[in-house]
Design a binder for this molecule. Structure first.
Ligand code: GLV
Length: 396
């Protein structure tokens, strides 16, 4: 662990892009591109980040801010900073017991970790790995009974909110995955795998860790009645048969009984529907540009969503968070907190729990410095007056 943490310390790793490069060095291309890539032309993936670049900051200088208060409250839980780890699938391919490693780092920082349905560690073990709050992200893969069983397990393991992702009617067209032979490598047939295995054998450190962790993960939280955990190769077909609709939200809410967060809101209209079905919070999200390409970047639609729901529901955002100043901009434009996926997945791929801890630390120290330079003493004071947004965003 000490060795791993040294590999992500300064001066080698100063920012999330450094963690990205470190992940690229350690991981086989097929795994790195799964994290790094998006759908089709990856236009939305890039646009999410460009939108943060397009918004500029308006500091108040000659203001002393000896202490900066990063605390916020999400769904009634007090958090030390407005950052939540987003659900990321297949973390066990990135690092041994990847979801537990990420949850441990989140818990140590006191922030929320969201476990994806498409995870390789049992949700009970992930809950136990974190000292902090944990949320469970739900897909209906495997059908309603399977989802109900996972909901029950999540409740017993003290997950405190259910995040329902609504933008995954089919898997997005991830061209990098196809070119890298993800399907062939995961299918387990030696002949089909052969043209692609070079990616794995050229990363012996990763390969040894992967094999020691039991090899190809199964989806331990998608337990098919009479069959056991869903096999990796079965997931794409299963996703297509498991579209979540607004009607499903009603039975999901009744089964869960606790707070429901709807993730995948792209418009003010859907934001109002999230209010109507009784969600407690929503996430303005385009799945990190991994689903429908060419949708608008999340930061750009955040003001529309925030205005359409007011304070009837808590609003969060994900997509493109790479700096603490990105978190500041999202808060200025109406988010209560942000979720970040890739930013910590790069850390996980680079160095396991130590890499995730480093990603959180980078964003936390960025946040403090940005607030001080802005002349703002707390995240609660951030509003539109601290940013300029592009002219053509106004009035949308
Ligand atoms: C899963 O939700 C993914 O984006 O790969």
């Amino acid at each position: 662990m000490r060795l791993m943490s040294r590999s992500v310390e300064p001066p080698r790793v100063l920012n999330i892009e450094d963690l990205r490069r470190a992940a690229k060095r350690r991981l086989p291309r097929v795994v790195f591109d799964y994290i790094d890539g998006g759908a089709e032309d990856e236009w939305t993936l890039r646009a999410n980040c460009r939108a943060f670049e397009a918004v500029t900051l308006r500091p108040r200088c000659a203001v002393a801010t000896p202490m900066c208060d990063l605390r916020t409250t999400v769904l009634g839980t007090s958090l030390p900073m407005p950052l939540i780890l987003a659900p990321v699938g297949s973390c066990r391919l990135m690092y041994p017991r990847g979801e537990e490693a990420a949850a441990r780092a989140a818990g140590a920082a006191g922030i929320i970790y969201t476990l994806s349905t498409l995870s390789g560690c049992r949700l009970e073990d992930v809950g136990a790995a974190s000292k902090g709050p944990v949320w469970y992200q739900l897909y209906l893969v495997g059908g309603r009974d399977c989802a109900l069983a996972a909901i029950e397990r999540a409740r017993n393991a003290e997950f405190s909110a259910l995040v329902v992702t609504i933008d995954t009617a089919v898997a997005g067209m991830r061209e990098r995955d196809i070119r890298n032979g993800a399907k062939e490598l995961l299918g387990g047939k030696l002949g089909a795998m052969l043209p692609f295995v070079n990616q794995l054998v050229t990363k012996p450190r990763w390969l040894a860790a992967f094999l020691a962790d039991g090899g190809l993960m199964k989806f331990e939280n998608v337990v098919i009645p009479g069959k056991g955990p869903m096999l990796y190769a079965d997931v794409t077909a299963a996703l297509e048969q498991s579209v979540v609709t607004w009607d499903d939200l009603t039975w999901i809410r009744e089964a869960w009984k606790g707070p429901v967060v709807i993730k995948g809101i792209h418009t003010g209209e859907d934001a109002r529907r999230a209010v109507d079905v009784g969600a407690s919070a929503l996430v303005v999200s385009n799945h990190g540009g991994r689903q429908l390409d060419r949708v608008a970047p999340t930061l750009q639609i955040l003001p529309e969503v925030a205005a359409s729901v007011g304070d009837r529901i808590e609003v969060m955002l994900d997509g493109g968070i790479r700096r603490g100043s990105d978190i500041v901009k999202a808060l200025c434009l109406g988010a209560r907190a942000v979720m970040a996926g890739r930013a910590y997945a790069y850390g996980l791929g680079a160095a396991g729990s130590a890499g995730v801890a480093r990603a959180i630390e980078i964003l936390r120290t960025d946040l403090v410095r940005t607030l001080k330079l802005l002349g703002c003493a707390s995240v609660a004071e951030l509003d539109h007056s601290f940013v300029d947004i592009p002219q053509d965003w106004i009035g949308k």
